[in-house]
Design a protein around this ligand. Structure first.
Ligand SMILES: *Cc1c(COP(=O)(O)O)cnc(C)c1O
Length: 396
């Protein structure tokens, strides 16, 4: 089985060479205007947190996603923290989110002094399971004097925070219905989902707000960066205000009407972002082709399957993910380890999915519902090298 998997990998990634390892997802600026745009920042002196590239990046994010408003910030974690704050999450509140995510999703909650509360995912999308959210709320939530509280902890349950894992859209219409039924604001962690759509809506635009990341390993990168997406003009205006130290507009006076943050994206990074966004359609096409090539290469390999694009969705295929299908997750995990070791020895730097967040010591005490699906899936998932530059002819 390991041999068949490695052969399929070589078929897509080319002949392996430990001296030139193939990473999971690497930045690439060839074939873009990145140099020219960065040069403009240096030539004009506009390198910091204001400037025309920031505005242009935000406009182009709106064009690419259909959002009415985009606010560029310094990274995806900051975007989540700011959006949670804007939706009313405060110290001591609980936020419902999946344990199958990058640690930043829970960290953003913790940075506000709030507490992540883990709810199970579905095996298909790997995102939050709307039925599990409904059942968890029925089990622990009660409304006291108009406030939704966790009966066990006494804390307010303040928001629902689904994640679009590896660029596959979560079950948004159903999650939105649950959120609305319980009066919970919904924020989408769309850090991995630029260019992913469900039923004609871009990820991040189902709920009140969504957030993106432009970290170095994401589909497009600004070096480091993030953004908030929303169709609500008031939330967008408050996001801009709070992310620029809550300074009141005035030609010279320093007046601030809230304890704001310094969260805005520098013009230099936005210039890279514009160059990358102009290249988005080509990137999405390359990712689709790469996913198809993996599908063909793994078609005859027993004991594994690829995580598939959910029905009615267009996934950006940020990371191609292999699932070991052995009935027992412990057996699947053992098979995965053998493949990881063999692939790394060849210079193919596959990565297992994240350690489930409730299994990290930092979140072991966090409240949680039953998590059978997350605990069954996590040991099975292995991410494959997914850079668009793995396609021949890329960057030529
Ligand atoms: C990358 C990522 C983030 C955080 O983004 P940064 O820009 O690295 O802070 C948050 N959530 C998910 C799911 C991510 O993949």
């Amino acid at each position: 089985m390991t041999d068949a998997i490695l052969q399929a990998l070589r078929q897509v990634c080319g002949p392996a060479d430990p001296a030139q390892p193939v990473a999971l997802h690497e930045p690439d600026f060839r074939g873009t205007e990145a140099w020219a745009y960065v040069r403009d920042c240096l030539d004009t002196g506009w390198v910091s947190t204001a400037g025309r590239w920031v505005s242009r990046f935000e406009q182009e994010l709106c064009t690419a996603t259909g959002a009415a408003h985009a606010v560029a910030v310094s990274n995806g974690t900051v975007a989540l923290r700011l959006a949670l704050h804007l939706l009313g999450v405060r110290a001591g509140d609980e936020v419902l989110l999946p344990p199958l995510s990058f640690v930043a999703t829970a960290n953003a909650v913790a940075h506000l002094g709030a507490v992540p509360h883990f709810v199970d995912v579905e095996p298909g999308t790997l995102g939050l399971d709307p039925r599990a959210v409904q059942q968890r709320l029925e089990a622990v939530a009660e409304r006291r004097e108009g406030v939704l509280r966790n009966r066990d902890t006494g804390r307010r349950i303040a928001a629902l925070l689904p994640v679009h894992v590896f660029g596959h859209p979560a079950a948004m219409p159903e999650l939105l219905a649950v959120a609305q039924a319980w009066g919970l604001p919904l924020l989408e962690d769309a850090a991995e989902a630029l260019g992913s759509w469900r039923d004609g809506t871009h990820c991040g635009l189902f709920g009140a707000m969504g957030t993106l990341s432009f970290n170095g390993n994401k589909l497009i990168t600004t070096g480091g960066g993030g953004a908030l997406l929303t169709n609500n003009p008031e939330l967008a205006q408050r996001a801009r205000h709070l992310s620029t130290t809550a300074k009141l507009p005035h030609p010279w006076a320093f007046e601030h009407d809230a304890v704001g943050w310094n969260d805005r994206l520098p013009n230099l990074n936005a210039a890279l972002g514009v160059a990358q966004l102009e290249d988005l359609p080509r990137r999405l096409e390359a990712k689709r082709q790469l996913a198809e090539r993996y599908a063909a290469a793994f078609a005859g390999v027993a004991g594994v399957e690829l995580v598939a694009e959910p029905p009615d969705c267009r996934s950006n295929h940020w990371l191609v993910s292999l699932r070991f299908t052995a009935p027992d997750p412990t057996e699947a995990e053992a098979q995965r380890l053998v493949v990881l070791e063999a692939a790394h020895a060849e210079g193919l730097l596959l990565r297992p999915v994240w350690t489930l967040l409730h299994q990290l010591p930092i979140y072991a005490q966090a409240p949680r519902g039953p998590l059978p699906v997350a605990e069954d899936q996590a040991p099975r998932l292995l991410n494959l090298p997914s850079s668009p530059q793995l396609l021949e002819g890329w960057g030529a």
